[in-house]
Design a protein around this ligand. Sequence first.
Ligand SMILES: Cc1cc2nc3c(=O)[nH]c(=O)nc-3n(C[C@H](O)[C@H](O)[C@H](O)COP(=O)(O)OP(=O)(O)OC[C@H]3O[C@@H](n4cnc5c(N)ncnc54)[C@H](O)[C@@H]3O)c2cc1C
Length: 369
Amino acid sequence: MKPTRTIAIIGGGVAGLGPAWQLAERGWEVHLFERNRIGSGASSTAAGMLAPVSEATFKEKALLELGQQSLRLYPRLAEELDAVTGIDLDYRRQGTLIVAVDRDDAEALERLHQYHLELGLPAQRLVGQEARKKEPGLSPNIHYALFTPGDHQIDPAAMLEALAAALVEAGGTIHENTPVAGLQIGDGGVEGLRLDDGSTRDVSHVLIAAGAWTPELEGIPKAVLPHLRPVRGQMLIVELGNPPLIEHVIRAPDAYLVPRTDGRLFVGSTMEERGFDERLTAGGLLDILTGAWEAVPGIYDAPVIETRIGFRPVTLANEPVIGTTEIGGLHLSVGHGRNGILLTPATAYGLAQSIDSGQIPSWLEAFQP
Ligand SMILES: Cc1cc2nc3c(=O)[nH]c(=O)nc-3n(C[C@H](O)[C@H](O)[C@H](O)COP(=O)(O)OP(=O)(O)OC[C@H]3O[C@@H](n4cnc5c(N)ncnc54)[C@H](O)[C@@H]3O)c2cc1C
């Protein structure tokens, strides 16, 4: 039997919780440190779209493949979490409609569709009438749409709760309200952690998953960390209505709409370079509401439930970094950008395997530190 090993994980978002749970399942002693509460970063702000195909852009083929692999692992993740915790992720598989609201958008969407066809991705071209047959709430101004049946969604809040419960069930320990100040690294690699209260913890493995705040951690040699910045997203939640305003995820050029089984409709989201400014702006909300209203006019009367703001951890290459660094015992799970919820299974199973056995699964090879 393998000797039990100990790892400290910094960050209680999906990038930290997923591998934490899987390492605990593999017999590791896991201590996860979160400076606030579990999911207090970007992970609980997210809409929950699992959309490798509709997110596909022309220069990001490796990321597309990682997203597709992660989506293939989702049923396994949802089943395993449900079996251990009884928490349902609200995994909806209705597919996504990407709509064009004017002629320019239609041209852009047609180019995207040609790219889908080149790569053999499942996407179907629809004229306005066909799109409205699937989704009667769409604006009569929509003349062109793509249907991507393989793009699904889950409820990120449920997943965070389930991951935390599964981690504890597997023997891991969660330390909430415990900010980490930095790492202690010696000649032989990682030696421990220093907490904000001045105390230290001896540990020979550390996984950094502190989202957009990762660069604030002290003691990490600059050369091993990718450049990371926060990309701000504003989001609005309204009542979905009864009968529901829409059934599918709808992506319009300037906004997306994500219907939840619990009667909420998520409307997002801005992509803004404003550092960690947590104030919602009139312009940000105006942009996403106008974008949503152009696609689904019925949203005009929907009562507002909540607003949110979050900070995506984004690297210069727009790709995550998931793996073990050249410093002994130092591992990274950072830079998940717009796709951290989608990438949760690929990160959880893949990183736990590579830390535990040293064998990097093929889907993570392109994303090593
Ligand atoms: C508006 C919005 C919508 C989104 N929608 C989607 C979507 O539909 N689909 C999708 O796939 N992705 C989506 N995302 C992206 C996704 O939310 C992120 O990629 C993902 O949540 C990043 O996870 P993370 O664990 O790296 O970071 P976070 O969730 O930010 O977690 C980092 C954690 O580390 C903690 N921390 C920081 N510093 C310290 C410290 N010193 N000590 C201890 N703890 C610390 C923080 O408190 C935080 O809880 C969206 C993001 C936003 C903002």
